[in-house]
Design a protein around this ligand. Structure first.
Ligand code: 5GP
Length: 190
């Protein structure tokens, strides 16, 4: 997605060889027009899959996932992050390490909003090591729903997350793939 690459070059700040700050478009501020374009692109790629619900994780996945759900005409469910887990017999829960925060969080989705009749498209902002995605994939699998695919706004392809999800036989589509952040520079694949 060329418009997205352009915005990343304009607004992304390379923090290290591993981390790209994207507060200007994903993690603090959101451009509604660009975000709706992301939704259109994901919807076009997964339209034939009979998606019944889009799933994401709060909070940075929500805008792109909302745009996708809007385009597909289906509800959006966002997994919630809980620091302490109060007993909730109705929730599916996974513990995941957070790449940027250096802490572990529990993410959960109520069984009320995901069932074995669903065909789920999981959308998220960034994939690095894939811990967040793996947690959500496990929750979806435990719910009995069918995971039709994963849509990621920014895949850092020099880290293992995207590859690991694909190796599970899951279709993963990303809007841009970053192959390196070396020397303070963003280098895209292709
Ligand atoms: P993972 O679980 O794949 O290692 O990390 C995924 C989550 O960590 C993303 O949802 C994103 O919020 C955050 N993250 C990972 N790498 C980066 C990065 O380079 N920049 C930013 N802004 N967030 C990141």
């Amino acid at each position: 997605m060329e418009a997205l690459k352009q915005r990343i070059l304009e607004e992304g700040i390379v923090i290290s060889d591993q981390v790209l700050k994207l507060d200007g478009l994903l993690n603090h501020q959101v451009d509604p027009e660009l975000t709706m374009q992301m939704g259109k692109e994901f919807a076009a790629r997964f339209r034939e899959e009979g998606v019944t619900r889009v799933v994401t994780v709060e909070s940075s996945g929500i805008p792109a996932a909302f745009a996708t759900a809007y385009e597909l005409g289906v509800p959006l469910v966002f997994a919630r992050r809980k620091k302490t887990l109060l007993a909730d017999p109705d929730a599916l829960c996974e513990r995941v390490p957070s790449f940027t925060k250096g802490i572990v969080t529990d993410i959960l989705i109520s069984r009320q909003y995901i069932s074995e009749n669903d065909r789920i498209l999981f959308i998220d902002d960034i994939i690095a090591n894939g811990d967040a995605a793996r947690g959500v994939v496990k929750i979806i699998q435990r719910s009995g729903a069918e995971l039709v695919g994963v849509g990621i706004v920014v895949e850092k392809s020099f880290q293992a997350g995207g590859r690991a999800i694909r190796e599970q036989g899951i279709r993963l589509e990303s809007l841009v793939r970053i192959m390196s952040l070396n020397d303070g520079k963003v280098t895209f694949e292709d």
